[in-house]
Design a protein around this ligand. Structure first.
Ligand code: 5GP
Ligand code: MG
Ligand code: MG
Length: 187
């Protein structure tokens, strides 16, 4: 099995590697404009949500031309398949004290918005200067949840997507593109 076999499990490519990089550079530029560097203030802290946001963090962080700090959280929201468990639980907390800090949460996708609305209120209770959300993808259902997302890469239809950090049963995270899975993979 080689990489081509893995890519062939995609029934449709929604976003190519090049499109993703271009969009992330745009988001980084937008965020930089919103958080001007101020003398004596700590750097902007970007918080990646493990494990799906690893690729987004790695590539977006390198698109910044200012200093940033990175930290990570792991939460559980989905089971091993494609259904939400409805339960949010911290598996790994921040190593950083965010009080007085400007924080941008970075995620790869918002579906129901359950995870990020819970996370936002959790982080807000730690007295940060501000908390905003950046997600590469957002599904329409997320629009009905009370979660205010400032930075969105793309809105996508309500389909299950994989690649570029997004998994199906822990596979496909390492695909360079984002796409939908062929039905034969599920059966
Ligand atoms: P939410 O709490 O917004 O419903 O779910 C967010 C999490 O569900 C994402 O971080 C991701 O792990 C998972 N998820 C939601 N939609 C998809 C999808 O289309 N594909 C994949 N691979 N994971 C998804
Ligand atoms: Mg995620
Ligand atoms: Mg997953």
């Amino acid at each position: 099995m080689d990489a081509a076999d893995v890519e062939s499990d995609l029934v449709e490519v929604l976003f190519t590697e090049a499109q993703i990089q271009e969009r992330l550079a745009g988001l980084a530029q937008q965020i930089e404009g919103d958080y001007p560097v101020t003398d004596g203030e700590p750097d902007l802290l970007i918080v990646g949500i493990l494990r799906g946001a690893v690729m987004v963090m790695a590539d977006m962080a390198r698109a910044f031309s200012r200093h940033i700090e990175m930290d990570w959280m792991a939460v559980s929201s989905y089971g091993s398949g494609t259904k939400s468990s409805g339960v949010v639980r911290i598996l790994k907390d921040l190593d950083t004290d965010i009080s007085g800090r400007h924080v941008v949460i970075v995620d790869e996708i918002i579906d129901t918005g359950l995870t990020l609305s819970w996370l936002t209120s959790n982080l807000s209770s730690r007295n940060p200067a501000s908390v905003e959300i950046c997600t590469l993808l957002r599904k329409p259902e997320a629009l009905t949840m009370p979660v205010d997302v400032k930075y969105v890469g793309w809105d996508i239809p309500n389909e299950f997507v994989v690649g570029y950090g997004l998994d199906y049963r822990e596979r496909y995270r390492n695909l360079r593109d984002i796409g939908t899975l062929a039905p034969h993979v599920y059966s």
